[in-house]
Design a protein around this ligand. Sequence first.
Ligand code: ZN
Ligand code: ZN
Length: 325
Amino acid sequence: MIFSGAGTPLRAAELAKPEPGTGQVRLQVQACAVCRTDLHIVDGELPDPKLPLVLGHQIVGVVSAVGTGASRFSVGERVGVPWLGWTDGTCRFCRSGRENLCDRARFTGYQIDGGFAEETVADERYCLRLPESYSDLQVAPLLCAGLIGYRSMRMTGDAERLGLYGFGASAHIVAQVARWQGRRVFAFTRAGDEEGQRFARSLGAEWAGSSTERPPEELDAAIIFAPVGELIPAALAAVAKGGVVVCAGIHMSEIPAFSYDLLWGERALRSVANLTRQDGEEFMELAPQVPVRTEIREFRLDEANEALQHLRAGELRGAAVLKVA
Ligand SMILES: [Zn+2]
Ligand SMILES: [Zn+2]
């Protein structure tokens, strides 16, 4: 499924079989989960995507060929391909354990063709081994929704009362990990989304309500998954002194001006950008211990536009996943 520019739907196309270059593996894609970032690219909210582009950065594939010098995986092995597709390894961020911030990073399904396709190639150094206890469809959302959610939650330190704004693919995974770690979860959805609130409670949230409501008690931290700038002052107002608000998404609508009172009291506001390979490895270890169970809605590859539309409309419970093979 090809993306050829903002404002146009993806279209089915036949491309030449990709050949794995030096250090790359070729994968037969089995499944690829759909992320809000895909929607931001389609909507022209992220600058300069490769064009034409194959979207998709939560790829579950089986190695079908290996390029020169590639030796980490053998033909027939199942691997995952996340958003971080390549880094230079030499910039000051890479050299200080922060490859997620690499000046020259390249991202899967953005600058590199991704997994809304039957076959793809990937740099083997950025591929992840996947926990065996998960099916292809169930494991796919761990590769971004899970990973970025996990990195975001780490940024909240040992916060006990955790608010999750936007209860989609990422939050439904984070809620499970948070409960397992002994945290208390408060879920915020769009006003009137009672089904979403029920879903959050079923995954261990002790309270679920609308993002315009105040929770029954102060929070120690909040993670904002929804790309809505108005949620920043709302979340700052809900966290206690010393609390942190983490923005997990890659794009957000304009943030309204707010009074310094909301930030005062050593409250902190920060974003989380991308992932490191270490995040990936840690989370793939952790998920089966919880065990995280992913709620998915399955689409065919040629239904990628429908999957994106459901995500845009907030009509999904959990994650949309394209079943490719
Ligand atoms: Zn993503
Ligand atoms: Zn770098």
